[in-house]
Design a protein around this ligand. Sequence first.
Ligand SMILES: C[S@@+](CC[C@H](N)C(=O)[O-])C[C@H]1O[C@@H](n2cnc3c(N)ncnc32)[C@H](O)[C@@H]1O
Length: 218
Amino acid sequence: MLSNLRNRNLTARIRQPVDELWDRYLGIRTFGHHPGSGSPGDREWYMHYIPSSYRDVFAVLDRTGIGADDIVTDVGCGLGRVVFAASYRGAARVDGIDLIPSLVEAAKSNLSSSRLKHRDIRFHARNALDHDLGETTLLYLFHPFGPEILGEVIEKARNDRRSAGIRRALRIAYVNPVGEAVLNEAGWLRPVGHMPPRNEWVSNALHYRTAFWESTDT
Ligand SMILES: C[S@@+](CC[C@H](N)C(=O)[O-])C[C@H]1O[C@@H](n2cnc3c(N)ncnc32)[C@H](O)[C@@H]1O
C-alpha cells in the first residue's frame, strides 16, 4: 500500500524538491499520506499523516536548542521525517511513535536504509497514550490528535516523569497548535514563545505556527 502511496506522491516530490533531496541524502522516503479518523469534537480525533517540510522541522528543532543530551519523542511520527531530522541534529536518542502500524513498518524500513541506521532511533507502533514519556526531554507534536487526547498525553507525561524521578526539564514543540489551550492550562508548563509560519517559494508544502513550552515541575 505504501509503495502505491509513494508513487502517487511523485507530484509532491517534484513540488518539494528540497525535501526530496533531504530524503535522498538521509536514505529515506518520507513523502506520503495516510487518512486520519474522527472529527473535531470527538475524543478520538486522530489526524492524517502528512510530513512537514525539512526546513520547518530543522527550524523548530533548532529553536528548542536540541543537543547531544536530548531524548526526543515525536508523537505521531508517520514515516519518520522528524525522527531522522532530530537524530541528524545530534539528539542522543529519538523515539517515533504512531498509531498506524503500516506507517511504522515503513519508518523501520527507512531506518534500515538510512545513513543514520547506527544512531539510537526507535520506532513504535502504538497509541501515544500507551507510550512511556518519562525520559523524554523534548516532545515534538505536529497536531497529531484533538484536545482531549492531548490533555491525557500531557498528564501522562507528567506522571511518567514523576514515577521515573526525572528532574530534567521537558520542552515541548507543538506545530499547528490547535489544542494549545490544553498546554497553557495544564498548570505545570510555561509558554516560552512561538514561531510564525514562513512560506517557501520553491515548495508547495503547508506551513504552520509552532508554539513552545517548558516544564516548571523540576
Ligand atoms: C500531522 S502527522 C505528523 C507527522 C510527523 N510528525 C511530521 O511532523 O512530519 C500526525 C500523525 O499523528 C499520528 N497519530 C494520530 N493520533 C495518534 C495517537 N493517538 N498516537 C500516536 N500517533 C497518532 C497519525 O497517524 C499521523 O501519522
